[in-house]
Design a protein around this ligand. Structure first.
Ligand SMILES: Nc1ncnc2c1ncn2[C@@H]1O[C@H](COP(=O)(O)OP(=O)(O)OP(=O)(O)O)[C@@H](O)[C@H]1O
Ligand SMILES: [Mg+2]
Length: 357
């Protein structure tokens, strides 16, 4: 095997067994060593049926895979080893390409599948698709940590091109973790806890956070209507909205930087029909305006949809989160973008009188 396949083999977070044409164990991966609590060296050359007790017609399955050159899935098999009690697994058997007669056997222990199955039944009552995604994100992070760790261990003995490959595994795994963390944020989003908030205070907080962090090279100017009454929002969530918009404007500007204008004004024209049928006035307008290249035209329509991104390393969740938060507030968000001028406009409610007293 070459370096990449060695690495992949060692990194696979599920037990994998390579069988030769006579059903002897040709190779087992580290996850399989752990699964059977035995070393690869002690298992190589042993008949697979001596090592694994499986309550499924496996001889028949192996010969079908060898004959049809097609993979086979068997769900809910009990896999025992003599050392420990049987464990429920889903099983995949695949022919090895370029190695006639050899088959690859992979087990997926059932806990993961079971927990997802339970999530599904809960979902019918309350949880949304995002709840499922959050659960999945959580489950993927564990094996991913294993992959990263294994790649880092491997990298210690490597140099040159091989080292580049393990670095790639580590870097890409980190990227997946970052993506999963964003997905989890959705699931963690609680209903807004609102109070009367001065929107300018919040914009200032966002501006300061951005300036000391990701937007140090940007110029951020204020164009406020100081007579604006307090708005009625969850301060933490709205701060997150402002930060996401500032981050997008900064990323669009690129390393050369650019100008962002924070504008507020009063406009009574916009009323939104709420879920309960009543119409709510959204007179407070907050605009975040940048002079960058603008949204890619083919993307404007869907910019608020999850996983829509125009950036190479973007996850496309920033604006989806913004849109979710604003709609939880029964507010409104719109974008208007041409090269040189992109405006994200938020329309927010005024705090009721009794809250501002
Ligand atoms: N101010 C802006 N100027 C130009 N393009 C923008 C701007 N804001 C958003 N976009 C475009 O909209 C896309 C979607 O933005 P969104 O924040 O949802 O995702 P992302 O920034 O790509 O990834 P993430 O925010 O999850 O890291 C961006 O990739 C970018 O192409
Ligand atoms: Mg973004």
């Amino acid at each position: 095997m070459n370096a990449l396949s060695d690495t992949l083999w060692a990194s696979l977070p599920v037990p994998a067994f390579l069988l030769d044409p006579g059903d002897l164990l040709a190779e087992v991966n580290p996850a399989a060593e752990q699964f059977l609590n035995a070393s690869a060296r002690s298992m190589r050359g042993a008949p697979v049926f001596d090592r694994l007790a499986i309550d499924a017609p496996l001889e028949e399955a192996f010969s079908r895979v060898r004959r049809d050159h097609a993979a086979l899935f068997i769900n809910n098999v009990d896999v025992g080893s003599g050392q420990r009690p049987p464990m429920q697994c889903n099983m995949q058997i695949a022919p090895m390409i370029g190695m006639p007669g050899f088959v690859l056997v992979i087990f997926e222990p059932r806990q993961i599948a079971d927990r997802l199955g339970r999530a599904h039944s809960v979902k019918t009552s309350a949880r949304s698709a995002i709840g499922m995604a959050e659960m999945l994100a959580h489950e993927i992070k564990n094996p991913l940590a294993g992959i990263t760790g294994a790649a880092q261990l491997l990298s210690m003995g490597l140099s040159g091109q091989d080292l580049e490959l393990t670095d790639l595994i580590v870097a890409e795994s980190r990227r997946i973790v970052a993506l999963l963390e964003q997905v989890e944020q959705f699931g963690n989003l609680r209903p807004p806890v609102r109070s009367a908030i001065n929107v300018h205070d919040l914009l200032d907080r966002a501006r300061r956070t951005a300036m000391v962090g990701f937007a140090g090279h940007m110029r951020i100017v204020e164009d406020y209507d100081p007579s604006l009454p307090p708005t009625h929002v969850d301060a933490d969530q709205l701060l997150q909205v402002f930060l996401n918009l500032l981050r997008n404007a900064t990323e669009a500007a690129g390393p050369a930087g650019g100008r962002i204008t924070l504008r507020t004004f009063y406009d009574v024209a916009l009323r939104l029909r709420r879920k309960d049928g009543a119409t709510g006035a959204l007179p407070l307008q907050v605009e975040i305006i940048d002079d960058g290249p603008g949204l890619p035209p083919d993307l404007v329509q869907d910019a608020f949809e999850p996983f829509v991104s125009g950036r190479e390393n973007g996850t496309g969740l920033g604006l989806a989160l913004v849109s979710k938060i604003i709609s939880d507030h029964e507010g409104w968000i719109a974008v208007d973008s041409v090269p040189g001028r992109t405006v994200f406009r938020l329309s927010l409610p005024v705090a009721p009188k009794e809250e501002t007293a």
